[in-house]
Design a protein. Sequence first.
Length: 247
Amino acid sequence: MAAEVPQVLIEALREARSVAVLTGAGISAESGVPTFRDAQTGLWEHYRPEDLATPEAFDRDPGLVWRWYAWRRELVGGVEPNAGHRALAELESLVPRFTLATQNVDGLHRRAGSHNVLELHGDISRTICSRERLTRDPEGLEGEPPSCPECGAYLRPDVVWFGEALPVEAFETAQEEARESDLFLSVGTSSLVQPAASLPQAALSGGATVVEVNPEPTPLTPHADYTLRSPAGEALSALVAAYKNSV
Ligand code: OAD
């Protein structure tokens, strides 16, 4: 069943000069990537992301955290972008100004063809030195985690852990684009984790029309102008198809 897209929303999209999008784990769920609210599976079922994705967890047991990310990298390496990722990549080519900020670290937006992507929480496929914070290639290095070939400190995934600051430039750009946007889509996020969850509010304060795409309600729902209660793949494909039929 194709998601119903209100005509007024198609009009708003057609009139929008600037569209900004925030995505969360929900847009990758249809690719087979578990969301943070999904239970962890397999040998990781006894761990919570909150207990692994932290600097303290890495200091306490770097090998455990490194192995968890190696498992997630393998999982993500084996999946494909879905219709939701592809619809946003197409939308970027259809509207005058388009910004996509994602909390996801799976790289699926870029693989789907999106260009202007702000990775607010980093990218699981990139590795950095935990001391120098410079990108390092772990290929061929021994150890879990391997040591930095330059300074000897442990290597770590280039992702934002709980309690760590977001990449300043990426987040400031995302805030600015949200404020300037005419239409803001919040897709597949529980809208619980700050500061990313503040972006829809920045859009609202800038006078944007805010749309939530999520099968479940979230703290954003009462503030959104429109809610598409469907999986992102269906809702975004229907939105882009309706937009293309309207111009
Ligand atoms: P969550 O797991 O918190 O929320 C996923 C959201 O996606 C939920 O609201 C689901 O209802 C929704 N959802 C599930 N399937 C969907 C589908 N097919 N289409 C659309 N929506 C769907 O993931 P995030 O909101 O991304 O932070 O979590 C935000 C941050 O919390 C993550 O980036 C991570 C986590 O802790 C860090 O790691 C720093």
